[in-house]
Design a binder for this molecule. Sequence first.
Ligand code: ATP
Ligand code: MG
Length: 324
Amino acid sequence: MNSFVSHNNADVSRETSPGYGDLLDVSRETPAGAPESPLARAAMAARRHDETWPRPASCRVIGVANQKGGVGKTTTTVNIAAALAMHGQRVLVVDLDPQGNASTALGMERDNQTRSIYHCLVEDEEIRKLAQPVPDIPNLWCAPATIDLAGAEIELVSLVAREARLKRAFAAYDTSDLDYILIDCPPSLGLLTVNAMVACDEVMIPIQCEYYALEGLGQLLRNVELVQSHLNPGLAISTILLTMYDGRTRLSQQVADEVRSHFGDTVLETLIPRSVRVSEAPSYGQSVMTYDPASTGAVAYLRAAREIAHRAQRDGHSETARRA
Ligand code: ATP
Ligand code: MG
């Protein structure tokens, strides 16, 4: 039986990874974007303690989507995935964006020979064969994207069940060893994003706390409804995450208030602040969770991931001792 666990020798016991539980109160953090002193980081890191996060009863497949560009889809996918994996969850990131930013941020080796999610969608390659373990983060794998994916939107058009290629790939694969699959979508509502929506149970929408943030959101919501009614009745928008929040501006606060008034408790309580460390991390092939775990951005992503893990319980996907 196929298993991601065979991809590395990581200790995949259900014991917790080193946690950052005491770092969870971002109200004590330095303001978003402000430089954090090494001393402050060291002090915060010293307050780490182990923490158990509930595991979902079955693998949660979450598509991270927003056709608006640059709102934090990739940053959110990579850092939520890393935070979950660091707390003992087994996580696969599927990079469904031809830009391949999630693959870069997770340190994936790619060359002309690399088999990628393109081969899975167009040539029926098994995901297990192309997923690579993420360096330095046990329990985390990535199915990388290569530039071939740029042509997939067109190539998919002539294929049978073109909207369900990814779903088919997941179905052919035993995901019982995984707790989460996070799919990083491209900034469009084309066939790649539709494939993600057909293959997933939940959509997570990152919304940047900037002017025009809500523009185009109606179109995204209509697309989700279309997929729900024709292709994937079980699909739900489970999570909205406010990103690049700058507490010094009234605009950020206004956008956050407006999003909360529209979407209620679908919006995570945690806000992701604008943080230099978050934007630096990908150039080192890392998530901010490993690049600077005590930075405001890493702490916020940790809190957000923790909320997501606990929402599984709220929504009835209670933790089980599946493999205990
Ligand atoms: P695309 O639509 O092109 O795929 P995206 O929605 O995936 O973009 P990202 O690539 O995650 O967005 O982020 C866009 C830019 O903003 C990147 O340069 C990223 O490093 C930066 N960024 C994301 N989140 C933050 C943050 N919290 N603080 C500072 N910079 C951030
Ligand atoms: Mg992206």
